[in-house]
Design a protein around this ligand. Structure first.
Ligand SMILES: Nc1ncnc2c1ncn2[C@@H]1O[C@H](COP(=O)(O)OP(=O)(O)OP(=O)(O)O)[C@@H](O)[C@H]1O
Length: 276
């Protein structure tokens, strides 16, 4: 099975976010010492600190009194249409992975704030969509079941993933015994076997060994060509330059710049260079 044909759908893929804000509560009112150390001296949200360094905004919740939260995304509005290859950049903790997880339905946002149309495949967590108690092969069968593949398609999927992942005997051992690199091989092979309309990808796939990275990039090219929309987060500007038509630069959970790849990467690099 070649990773090229997108799952057919009557309508082109489409993503829209409307004023999306997403926060993680980090402790409740009882934990006074942490609250005191965070807010005791400044008496105002740490959001007022110099932006663009690390993490989202640590602040007192406006909705739940006494709760401190990390605001990972703040008032993010954007539209991504079929044919766009979007890269997410930003400092550590800027909100890139959180945004990917929202688009992948892993974090739930309020209805009306997130609209995703089209089949979605995520390359976000090494084990996402896999049952660690099952063998690699059984996980392939599980995916085939979810996708309602017929017997011949299942055989093709099994052959394709097995050949790509090169796990040898481990294909018939439980995934929980795999190293992280081995889990990536299987997860990547499975997620890229049938191109979705929307591919959401974190840079973790680069964690494989050098040979795997070459194979992964070749395979990915097929998937990207088959998918309507790619959203990828990476700290590698060369990968983003190569793969993306548009870059969204996140800073402390907000969109700082959104535009053509060259323009945004230039501005981003200049700012990053002045921070070091
Ligand atoms: N499950 C969670 N619980 C609490 N806080 C979280 C959680 N996930 C993310 N955060 C916080 O949300 C903010 C954004 O994190 P996120 O992982 O989206 O950043 P990122 O841009 O992907 O960073 P990196 O480049 O380091 O991978 C960070 O401040 C992080 O501490």
């Amino acid at each position: 099975m070649r990773p090229s044909s997108a799952v057919s759908s009557a309508e082109p893929a489409f993503i829209r976010l409307n004023h999306l804000t997403l926060s993680f509560p980090i402790f409740h009112g009882g934990a006074r010492s942490l609250k005191k150390s965070l807010f005791g001296k400044v008496k105002r949200p740490l959001a007022t600190r110099k932006a663009g360094l690390t993490g989202g905004d640590v602040r007192m919740s406006e909705d739940t009194p006494g709760v401190v939260e990390v605001r990972a995304l703040h008032d993010v509005s954007l539209t991504i249409r079929a044919g766009e290859r979007v890269g997410l950049v930003g400092h550590n903790g800027a909100g890139k992975s959180t945004l990917l997880r929202v688009l992948g339905g892993i974090y739930l946002a309020k209805p009306g704030m997130v609209m995703v149309r089209g089949s979605v495949e995520t390359l976000i967590d090494t084990n996402s969509g896999m049952n660690p108690a099952l063998t690699g092969r059984e996980n392939i069968y599980l995916q085939a079941q979810h996708k309602a593949l017929r017997s011949a398609q299942l055989k093709a999927l099994e052959h394709d993933v097995e050949t790509f992942a090169e796990l040898g005997d481990f294909m018939d051992l439980p995934v929980k015994l795999y190293s992280s690199g081995m889990a990536i091989r299987l997860g990547f092979g499975l997620a890229t076997a049938i191109a979705p309309q929307i591919l959401l990808m974190d840079e973790w796939f680069m964690a494989g060994d050098a040979r795997f990275q070459d194979k992964a990039l070749t395979r990915l090219a097929g998937v990207v060509n088959g998918a309507d929309i790619l959203v990828i987060t990476s700290h590698s500007l060369s990968i983003l330059e190569e793969w993306c038509t548009r870059i969204i630069w996140l800073e402390a959970g907000s969109v700082r710049m959104d535009g053509p790849t060259q323009d945004v990467l230039k501005a981003y690099s200049e700012t990053m260079n002045t921070h070091v």
